[in-house]
Design a protein around this ligand. Sequence first.
Ligand code: ARG
Length: 263
Amino acid sequence: MIKLRRSAFLKSAALAVCTAGLLVACGGGSDGGGGADDNVWSVGTEPAFPPFESVGEDGELEGFDIDLMTAIGERAGKTVEFDSLPFDGLIPALQGASIDAAISGMTITEERQATVDFSDPYFKAGLAIAVAEGNTEIATLDDLEGQRIAVQIGTTGAETANGVPDATVSTFDSAPLALQELANGNVDAVVNDAPATLDAIATGNIPGITVVGELLTEEFYGIAMPQGSENVEAVNTALAELIEDGTYAEIYRKWFDAEPPEL
Ligand code: ARG
């Protein structure tokens, strides 16, 4: 069911080759998004954000978001085709309608709501500060003043870090890269979604770091769609059904080994 689509970049590269006439036969295929195929939802995601979305050892996408979106598609009678995109490219892709939706641990924010529509919330999260193990100087947002902070570009973590007075903020294409910068000792802290940072620590993917203090924010993830998308209702109906019939809880337990909180 899950098929990792070529990235939009590879696709345009392939198209360019086709137009150049270097290949005799070029596949037609769905152009993904824009409703070329009514039974397919092209869904963008930035798959370096476990346990929500990542590329498994078998090369297939996996994670809470992947399972949830696939189940939503099934419930709505659609085949979901995932499209790997940079996180900060998801909203532009929705605006250009080159994808039908994006699921990527994306927080519902007022700013984003000005350009895209969101489904009902499907996950409760929040930002947390990570520091090197043994760093006792940093526990709160105020403590980050004047410090070096690494973040993932285009995220709520980046926005929060950018508001810290006198901080030096370095941005990375993915959250693991920002966390690795911290593990390497090149920055003092990372501001990132708590569940993703905790997963990186728990799995041993990023050694030598720890989460400190309280959550900085309460954030809710939503599935983003182009503004005015006709699919918002179908997505919300399917999501509500999955919550109601226990499928959502099953997926939640699989990835978080815990009962889901009230949304
Ligand atoms: N929740 C944060 C935001 O919306 C970070 C999401 C990052 N997601 C990802 N797949 N890299 O900005």
